[in-house]
Structures are given as structure tokens and as C-alpha cells.
Design a protein around this ligand. Sequence first.
Ligand SMILES: [Zn+2]
Length: 244
Amino acid sequence: MTLTEQEILRYSRHIILPEVGGRGQQRIKSASVLVAGLGAAGSAAALYLAAAGVGRLTLWDPAPLAEADLARAIAHDRAHLGLSRAASARGKVTAINPDADVLASAEPDALPGLVNGHQVVLATAGDWEAVQAAALRTGAAAVFAGVRGAAGAVFAHRPGEPCLGCVPPEAREAAGLQPEEGGGCAVAAAAGVVGIAAATEALKLILGIGAPLTGRLWAYDGWAAGSREVPVTRRADCALCGRA
Ligand SMILES: [Zn+2]
């Protein structure tokens, strides 16, 4: 997919990086990412993916935008109160990248089916096990980002590598790697760190560069200003990938 002259100017600070280059920016433009959840972390992820030039973004979130979202989820503003968070975020995502093909879905049961046709799914909310199962079926890469208070965690999956179901539940719980559902309580800026880390993982998976957060869970603690890693190995008895 070629870049227009305007896109070459817009993404010039990306294109000049040897890891990205013109070819990498074309890959980003050709990419399709499903963002599940437009709360604090999902908002930050969606806006940065739009700014990076992802060509097709699908935003899923059935929750209606509420006043409390405005203090933490930066893809929204007051004018959109009452809309679904998916529809609300679509406005700001499109404003950042008018050339992107942006679809919003507020259908509660649509999430697993939406994974089909996307290169990467970035999940901050919803039924993560169903998302991971759908990604295993379709071959999509997946990035999971959870937040709790000023802490959170990110974990990524590519076909053949340890999946979300391989992460022991107690390790997920300890790291705060849980879906951020409506009403979740998070320090917005810390959730933004986690969401942006997840967006960075999505871009790495699209570009095929760097060391993705596969086979390891990254746990961030905003109060301590520190992070740690939890190794994750593939489990033969995993309910999701063990029989894949
Ligand atoms: Zn697994």
C-alpha cells in the first residue's frame, strides 16, 4: 500500500527511523487493529494507533459514555455523553487520522466475531478468553492490557507462543492483568502508560521488530515507578491453546 505525499510528510519522523522506514510505514497503513474497550487504557491505545497511521481500526465497547469516563478515558469528551464509548471514541480517532477506516461497534456479543479479519486485537475489556480463542482460530496476534489503580500489565500472543490461557490465573491476578470493565477504577495517567505500552506492542507485531511481550507478562507499578516481568510458558493442558 503506497503512501501519499501528505502521508510521507505526516509520518516523516517515523519513516526516518531505520526500524520503520517507508516500508514499515506502509505496513502500518495496511494493518487492521481491533481495540476492545475504550476506557482509560483502550483510549490511549486507540489514539496512538491512529496517530501512528494504522489504516483500519475497529473500536468495540458497548458501555455508554458516562461522566466518570471523562476523568480517565481521553478518547472522549462531554459532547458525546450518552453515545456508546465506541461511537464516542470514533470521533476523536477519526479527527487524529481522517484517512483511517474506523468502524465502531457497541454490540455486546460482537467482540469474538470481530477478531476475524483483523491482524491484531488489542483487548482492554470484554471476554478475554473468547478473544484469545478467536485469535487462535484466525491467526491474529493479540495484546492484552489490564489496569488496576496505578498498576497494570501487558501480555502479547502470536500463533504458536504461550497464550493468555497459559498464564496462571494467580499471576494474572497479582499483576493486575484483568479486563478493565465499565466502572473500573484506575489512575488515569498510569492506565495511559499501560495502554500506550500495549499500542507499542501492537506496532511491534505489525512491523515484526523488537522483542514483543510474548512468553512474558510485563507488570507496571505506577506508585513504585517500577516494573517486573513474569515468564510464561506454553501449557499442554491450556484450555485455549492446549488443543489448538
Ligand atoms: Zn495457552
